[in-house]
Design a protein around this ligand. Sequence first.
Ligand code: DX5
Ligand code: ZN
Length: 228
Amino acid sequence: MHFDRSIKIAPSILSADFADFGREIRAVEAQGADWVHVDVMDGHFVPNLTFGPMAVKAFRRHVGTVMDVHLMITPVDPTIDAYAEAGADILTAHVEAGPHIHRTLQAIRGAGMKAGVALNPGTPATAAEPLLDLVDLVCVMTVNPGFGGQKFLDMTAKVRALRAMIGDRPVHVEIDGGVDPVTAPLVVAAGADVLVAGSAVFRGGSADDPAAYGENIRAIRAAADAAL
Ligand code: DX5
Ligand code: ZN
């Protein structure tokens, strides 16, 4: 996985058909997804429950791009080896998920994955500042984590501050929540390069009829590229 700051669209399979993940993943990739975003929720750190490492390992066989795994769980550390074994390329933990984020990020890299840190909407950019040499990605949540299809919260100032702190480091800035062709340009202009989108990618299509996935991805990408 080489580093670059071109715009990457990462569909969240939280908005896919939960009875058909394999075909849904192959469909969004065939329709132009750059990465596949996998939302792991534990019903404890967030008020929703999705799937764990066994399911993520099963998804891996269908992902030909980059499997970007977003952990909305606590504790994180006991599960890191299982997500490495499941084949996660990037493993992102929330800075709010425990008292020892350094230990968590070191363990993620130690297990051979790229490390990400996610910030809830209420967490300031400065929370990531001491971590920038330990991570490959900072995920700025633009909704309260837990559900797809929520209204975008404007975190543009936070994105701009993070991008300035990151400087020349090879660290991605990812935006997660409420990304669509209207909101994508705002965050891209502020310095984001990875756009997670669930409902705005999966709406209107299906694994049987995936053309809308491609139209949706192209619409987000065109709006984002126009903001560069
Ligand atoms: C929210 C998840 C997101 C979610 C985004 O907790 O982390 O990845 O799927 O969904 P949309 O794009 O519908 O806001
Ligand atoms: Zn996510």
